[in-house]
Structure formats: structure tokens, C-alpha cells
Ligand binder design. Structure first.
Ligand code: S3P
Length: 169
């Protein structure tokens, strides 16, 4: 894959495989991989979970938009693979940036599979203590927003990380 001027964004719900697929794809294509959550964690010097606890979701969302805006304005220095937090599509401004500044791929995943994958996870504040029904509801609310931003989508529910990365490539 050659990204001549634009970055490639991977969007999708928590547990869809954005970070794993992005890292493998970066290796396969020799491209830098930038994860918006990791940029925030480094900048704030604390894990996302603590950031939510201390400052709340709204504060995190402001930082997220700020990071995306910088990357969309060429902050990566060269076209890169940019992996994003699952809620990046919630803000209209972010959706515009995703549509205008690169090519965005939606990694779709069945919510039941998401729940299985994240059963032991303690790092994601938004699914902590949530029932399967609540997670499913959150997924359904977000689905049209992911679809709005993406030029294409790939279902990761029954595919390996390698298969997904190869089909993107
Ligand atoms: C979030 C997803 C997380 C992280 C934060 C909020 C969300 O990223 O940005 O916990 O709103 O879906 P991952 O999608 O990488 O888990």
C-alpha cells in the first residue's frame, strides 16, 4: 500500500482490533503508526482510565479532538496509519476531520464478539460494569457515525488480525 499524501485512519468500536491491525499493517507497509489514545496518555502522563477518573470524559474528548486536529493538519510529518479511540466519531468536528484529511476504514465487529474480547479488560472506563445490552446499545448508537466517516468497512469478528491487515493492504 502506498499512501502518497493522505493518512489512513482506522476507526471502530472498542475491541474491534484497530490497534493490533494498525500495528501489523504499519510493519507490513513500512509506515509509521500513531495511536490517538497513546498520544494522549503520553502527553498527560497517565493511562486513559485515570484520565477519565480524574478529569472526566469531556476533558478526554477535548484532548482527543486536539490530537486528531493536529494529525489531520500534517502533524504526523508524513502519511501514517492512525489508529483511534472508539469514541472519536462522536463529535461532528472529528467526523469532518476523518472525512476530509485521509482515508478512513471502519473495523466493524459484532458486539457479542466485542464483549467476549473485552471480558477481562480493565482499561476501558466506558464499558466497566456495563451489561451486554448496554454495550450493544452503545454500539448501535455509534454504528451510523462510523459508517458516515468510512470509505469502506471490514468485519473483524471472525477474521485474524493478519487477515484483516492483508485485506486492507
Ligand atoms: C473509547 C475507546 C477507547 C478510549 C477511551 C474511550 C470509546 O479506545 O479512547 O476509553 O469511547 O469508545 P479503544 O477503542 O482503543 O478501546
Amino acid at each position: 500500500m502506498k499512501l502518497q499524501q493522505e493518512s489512513l485512519y482506522l476507526i471502530g468500536f472498542m475491541g474491534a482490533g484497530k490497534t493490533s491491525v494498525g500495528n501489523l499493517l504499519g510493519d507490513m507497509c513500512g509506515l509509521a503508526v500513531i495511536d490517538t489514545d497513546q498520544v494522549i496518555e503520553k502527553q498527560e502522563n497517565m493511562p486513559i482510565r485515570d484520565l477519565f477518573e480524574r478529569h472526566g470524559e469531556a476533558y478526554f474528548r477535548e484532548l482527543e479532538t486536539d490530537v486528531l486536529q493536529k494529525l489531520a493538519n500534517g502533524g504526523a510529518g508524513a502519511p501514517a496509519i492512525i489508529t483511534t479511540g472508539g469514541g472519536i466519531i462522536l463529535k461532528e468536528k472529528n467526523r469532518q476531520l476523518l472525512k476530509e484529511s485521509g482515508r478512513t476504514i471502519f473495523l466493524q465487529c459484532n458486539p457479542k464478539v466485542v464483549v467476549e474480547r473485552l471480558q477481562q479488560d480493565t482499561t476501558r472506563p466506558l464499558i466497566k460494569n456495563k451489561t451486554i445490552e448496554e454495550i450493544n446499545h452503545m454500539y448501535q448508537m455509534r454504528l451510523p457515525l462510523y459508517l458516515e466517516c468510512a470509505i469502506t468497512s471490514i468485519d473483524t469478528s471472525a477474521q485474524s488480525i493478519k487477515e484483516v491487515a492483508e485485506s486492507i493492504k
